[in-house]
Design a protein around this ligand. Structure first.
Ligand code: T1G
Length: 704
C-alpha cells in the first residue's frame, strides 16, 4: 500500500489541543485498507503528541464511513483487519469522539461505537445493514452495541439491518448529542469536555439486564421473518453472547460467525444483488447518452397507479400536475394521492408542514392542455390499447417539443402506442409496480423508435425517485410480467392436478417468496389477469394447456380477491381464510377435465417454478428483451419478491449448475407440455458444459 494512498485517505488537522482526524475516501468513505492503515497511524500519532488533549474522527464528503469496503470481500484479507483497528481506536488514552453525518452504516457505525462518544448531525443515519449482504456485523457491532443500548434493542438493529435516524439514535443512547451548529465544532467541544474525565469504553461495560422470554420471542420472530435467510438469526444470537461472555471471547465468536457468513452462498448471492442493483441502470446502450432535463411532470390518470406515481414524483421533489377526465374523478384522485401522506402524518413520519408542502406541490385537475408545460408526462390510464392510442395521439399534439411521453402500461406494445403519438422518438414505457410510491423497481421500456436520450431520461428520473431502473425491450409483459405469465400457469396446472392453492403458497413462501402466488393474486386483484386472459383468448394456442379455468370461474363469480372480500381465499375482517367454495370449485374443474390427481411435494413445486422462471428468463435474454442476466435477477427480486439470498433466478441457476437446472426444466416441460420447451440459450450453454460432452452434436440436451 503506497504511503501517499494512506495519507490521502486519512489526515490529521490540529484544532488547538484537539486532533481532528479526517477520512477522505470517496464516494462513501468505505473503510478500505488505506483508511484502516491511516486510522491506526493517526490515532497512534495523536496519542504520542503531547500537544493533543483529545481526538475527533470525522469524514469528508457526503457521509461518515458507510461500511467496510464491499469490493474487498471474497479476496485475500488486507491487514489491518477492521476489528483490530477499532480496538486501537477504543484503547486510545485520550478521549475520541466521532462526528457522524450522512449514513454511518456497518463498519462505519462500528467505528463510531469504538469511539468514546458520538455527536450526530441531525440528519445522520446509523445502522448495521450487514444482514442485507448475508453477513453479520464483523467489527464489534454485536458486542459493543448491546453494551450501549441493551440486548433487545441491539438485536433489533443487528437482525433487521434497519436504519436509525438521529433522533432515535439520541433516544437509544447511541448519540451523546445532536450537533446544534457545525458538526465538527460540536464534536471538538464534546471531546474537550471529556479531557481529564474517566474514558467510557463500551468493551468495558456489561449489557443491562433483560427479560429472557422477551429475547426468545424476538429470536423466534426473526427466524420466521427471515424466510430461509441465515444471517439475521446468527446476528441476533451473536448479540446475545455479549451478555454471556467476556468481551474478548464475544469478539472471537463474532469473528468466527462473520467469516462463516462471508463464505456462505447466501452472502455471495446478496453481495451480487447489491452490485447488480447498481449496475442495472447502466444499460450498455445508453453509455454516454445525456438525459433530458425534467422538472415538471404530468400524470394522466389518478387511479391506483396514477395516484401512486404522483406520490412518488412529489416525494422525489418534482413539480407534479395530474389530469383526470371528470370533476368526480379529480376529487377521488386528490384523496387517493393524499392518502399515504395522511397516514404518514398520523404515524409521525411526516410533519404537518411537510404534509402541507407535499399536498401543495401536486395539482389535480381535468385540463388536458395543462400537460403542454410538462417535461415528462406519464400516462396511467385504463389498460386498453385504444384508450392509450387516443391519449397519445392527443398528447403528441400538445406536449412541448422534447418532452418525454411515457406509458405505464403493464403489458401492451409500447411501440404501437408510440406510433399513435406522432412523435415515437419521445415515447418510452415507465412500468411502475404497485404501490408505485413504495415499490423500488421501474421497467424502462425502450420501444423500437424511442430516442436513446428519452430512454436515458427514464433511467435518470427513476434514480431521482430512489428507484431501480431496468431497461428492457418491447414484448408482452416486458421482463417481469412475461416471466410471471409463464410460470404462473404451471402452479395452476398443479392445482388442477392435485395441489391445493394454500399448499402452493406455503411451498413458495418456504422457498423465500414473501407471499405465495394465490395470496398475491388476491392482493393485486384477480380481475387484472382475467382481463388479460380475455384479451388474449382469440390468440390462444390450442396446443398449450389452458390452466386458468378455476381462476376464470372465481372471477365470473365476482371473486376478485381482497377488494371484493373473496378470491382464492375469503377475507372477513381482513383475516385470510380457506373457503370451502373454492375447494368445491377446484374439485368440479378437476372432474370436468378428468385430470389424473397426484401429490406435489414442496420440493417439486419449488424446483418446477424456479425452472419455469429461469427458462423464460433465458428466452427473454435470447430475444434481447433484457440485455443481461442481472437485469432479470434485479427485476425478479425487486419487483416480484424472489428471495435476494438466492441472488435471483439466473444467478441461482448458475450456482446450481446447468445440469441440475436443465433437468428441472425438462421435468417442468414433461409436466406442463407445449410452451415449456427448454430455451435454446440454456441448451446451447448445456452443450458447452463439460458434463454434457458426451452429447452427440445433433442430440439436444433439452429435447429441442
Ligand atoms: N463498499 C464499497 N463501495 C460502496 C459501499 C461499500 N460499503 N457502499 C456503497 N458503495 C459504492 C456503490 O457501489 C456505488 O459505487 C457508490 O458507492 C454509491 O453507492 C465489518 C462487514 C451508503 C446508503 O452495507 O447502503 O461494513 O457503483 O449508489 O444511493 O461489520 O451505498 O457508483 O461505482 O448506493 O447514495 C456495510 C452499503 C458493509 C452500506 C449510499 N455497509 N451502501 O447510497 O449511493 S459490510 C453497507 C449503501 C460491513 C462490517 C461489515 C449505500 C449508501 P458505483 P449508491 P446511495
Amino acid at each position: 500500500m503506497p504511503d501517499d494512498a494512506v495519507a490521502s485517505a486519512v489526515r490529521i488537522e490540529n484544532r488547538g489541543d484537539v486532533a481532528l482526524i479526517l477520512i477522505d475516501n470517496p464516494p462513501v468513505n468505505a473503510s478500505s485498507q488505506a483508511v484502516r492503515k491511516g486510522l491506526v497511524t493517526a490515532i497512534e500519532a495523536a496519542n504520542k503528541d503531547a500537544a493533543v488533549a483529545a481526538i475527533v474522527i470525522a469524514c469528508e464528503g457526503r457521509t461518515f464511513v458507510a461500511g467496510a469496503d464491499i469490493r474487498e470481500f471474497g479476496k485475500p484479507p488486507l491487514p489491518p483487519a477492521l476489528p483490530d483497528v477499532l480496538t486501537i481506536v477504543e484503547a486510545s488514552g485520550k478521549p475520541v469522539v466521532a462526528a457522524v453525518h450522512g449514513t454511518a452504516l456497518g463498519g462505519g457505525f462500528e467505528l463510531a461505537l469504538a469511539c468514546h462518544a458520538r455527536v450526530l448531525d441531525p440528519g445522520a443515519i446509523v445502522g448495521l445493514p450487514e444482514v442485507k449482504l448475508g453477513l453479520i456485523p464483523g467489527a464489534g457491532g454485536t458486542q459493543r452495541l448491546p453494551r450501549l443500548i441493551g440486548v433487545r434493542a441491539a438485536i433489533d438493529l443487528a437482525a433487521s439491518g434497519r436504519q436509525v435516524k438521529a433522533d432515535e439514535a439520541l433516544a437509544l443512547g447511541i448519540a451523546d448529542s445532536l450537533a446544534a451548529g457545525d458538526l465538527r465544532d460540536s464534536a471538538i467541544a464534546l471531546a474537550r469536555s471529556l479531557v481529564g474525565r474517566p474514558i467510557r469504553r463500551l468493551s468495558e461495560l456489561a449489557p443491562s439486564p433483560f427479560d429472557r422470554a422477551e429475547i426468545d420471542a424476538a429470536l423466534a420472530g426473526i427466524a420466521q421473518k427471515s424466510r430461509g435467510q441465515a444471517s439475521p438469526l446468527v446476528a441476533a444470537r451473536t448479540v446475545l453472547l455479549a451478555a454471556e461472555l467476556p468481551f474478548a471471547e464475544g469478539m472471537a465468536r463474532e469473528r468466527a460467525a462473520f467469516i462463516e457468513c462471508l463464505q456462505s452462498d447466501q452472502s455471495k448471492a446478496m453481495r451480487y444483488v447489491f452490485m447488480a442493483e447498481r449496475e442495472a441502470p447502466r444499460a450498455p446502450q445508453l453509455e454516454g447518452i445525456a438525459p433530458r432535463k425534467v422538472e415538471r411532470v404530468g400524470i394522466i390518470g389518478a387511479g391506483t397507479m396514477g395516484a401512486g406515481i404522483a406520490v412518488a414524483f412529489t416525494d422525489g421533489g418534482f413539480s407534479v400536475i395530474v389530469v383526470e377526465t371528470s370533476e368526480a374523478a379529480v376529487e377521488a384522485g386528490r384523496k387517493r394521492i393524499a392518502a399515504p401522506w395522511d397516514r404518514q402524518l398520523k404515524s409521525g413520519r411526516l410533519t404537518a408542514s411537510q404534509h402541507e408542502a407535499r399536498s401543495a406541490s401536486v395539482a389535480v385537475g381535468s385540463d388536458f392542455a395543462a400537460l403542454a408545460a410538462c417535461d415528462l408526462v406519464v400516462e396511467a390510464a385504463f389498460e386498453d390499447m385504444d384508450v392509450k392510442k387516443d391519449i397519445f395521439a392527443r398528447l403528441g399534439a400538445i406536449a412541448k417539443p422534447g418532452a418525454v411521453l411515457a406509458t405505464n402500461t403493464s403489458y401492451l406494445d409500447v411501440g404501437i402506442i408510440a406510433q399513435a403519438s406522432g412523435r415515437p422518438g419521445d415515447v418510452i414505457g415507465l412500468h411502475f409496480f404497485s404501490p408505485a410510491n413504495v415499490m423500488r423497481l421501474v421497467e424502462v421500456v425502450e420501444a423500437p423508435a424511442s430516442a436513446k436520450d428519452a430512454v436515458a431520461t427514464g433511467v435518470a428520473v427513476a434514480k431521482k425517485l430512489g428507484k431501480i431502473a431496468v431497461v428492457c425491450g418491447v414484448c408482452d409483459g416486458f421482463i417481469g410480467n412475461r416471466i410471471l405469465a409463464h410460470w404462473r400457469p404451471i402452479v395452476d396446472m398443479m392445482v388442477e392436478d392435485g395441489a391445493a392453492p394454500q399448499g402452493v403458497d406455503g411451498a413458495l413462501e418456504e422457498f423465500g417468496f414473501a407471499m405465495g402466488p394465490y395470496a398475491v393474486g388476491d392482493l393485486a386483484g384477480l380481475d387484472i389477469g382475467w382481463a388479460r386472459r380475455k384479451r388474449l383468448a382469440p390468440t390462444l394456442n390450442p396446443n398449450v394447456r389452458y390452466a386458468s379455468t378455476i381462476a376464470d370461474e372465481l372471477c365470473a363469480l365476482g371473486r376478485f380477491g381482497q377488494k371484493t372480500g373473496a378470491g382464492w381465499y375469503s377475507y372477513s375482517g381482513g383475516k385470510k381464510a380457506l373457503d370451502p367454495l373454492v375447494s368445491g370449485l377446484i374439485d368440479k374443474v378437476r372432474a370436468q377435465k378428468h385430470r389424473e390427481q397426484r401429490v406435489f411435494s414442496n420440493d417439486t413445486i419449488q424446483r418446477l417454478v424456479r425452472a419455469a422462471i429461469v427458462n423464460e428468463g433465458a428466452k427473454v435474454l435470447s430475444d434481447g428483451i433484457a440485455r443481461r442476466a442481472l437485469d432479470i435477477d434485479v427485476v425478479l427480486i425487486s419487483g416480484y419478491g424472489y428471495p435476494a439470498w438466492r441472488g435471483g433466478p439466473m444467478f441461482e441457476a448458475d450456482a446450481l449448475g446447468l445440469g441440475r437446472i436443465l433437468a428441472d426444466i425438462e421435468e417442468a416441460h414433461a409436466f406442463a407440455g407445449a410452451g415449456y420447451e427448454p430455451a435454446p440459450l440454456i441448451v446451447s450453454l448445456a452443450r458447452a458444459d463439460r458434463r454434457f460432452a458426451d452429447l452427440a452434436p445433433g442430440e439436444a440436451a433439452g429435447g429441442q
